[in-house]
Ligand binder design. Structure first.
Ligand code: FES
Length: 118
């Protein structure tokens, strides 16, 4: 673990996502998680994403959704490059390959005033 793989816990209230080194770290209903930061679609920074009502991490660019427990993309992107809208076949294609290129998953734990990726 590097010293950069941590984030002050007060930046991660429930429902928030932040950056700790190469990890997107978040607070899902009081439980912390850490996944690798680069979206499997077009490499957006997932630490700038959000959590939806189901606790999935949503990519900030084309709204692909990830299960933060497994790193699997559970819903593909809605668009590509600068286009945002329906792309049914393409969406399924991306989701298909992302199933084999899941996000890396690590534990994130509270240690003192910080949340650290272990
Ligand atoms: S870069 Fe994440 S959905 Fe497109």
């Amino acid at each position: 673990m590097s010293e950069t793989d941590r984030i002050p816990a007060d930046r991660l209230p429930p429902g928030r996502v932040g950056r700790a080194g190469n990890w997107a770290v978040g607070n899902r209903d009081g439980k912390y998680f850490a996944v690798s930061r680069r979206c499997r679609h077009q490499l957006a920074d997932l630490s700038e994403g959000s959590l939806d009502a189901d606790g999935c991490l949503v990519c900030p660019w084309h709204q692909a959704r990830y299960d933060v427990r497994t790193g699997d993309m559970v819903e593909g992107p809605r668009g590509f490059l600068g286009y945002h809208g329906p792309t049914p076949g393409y969406t399924q294609l991306v989701r298909g390959y992302a199933h084999f290129l899941r996000l890396r998953v690590r534990k994130a734990l509270r240690r003192g005033d910080d949340v650290v990726v272990t």
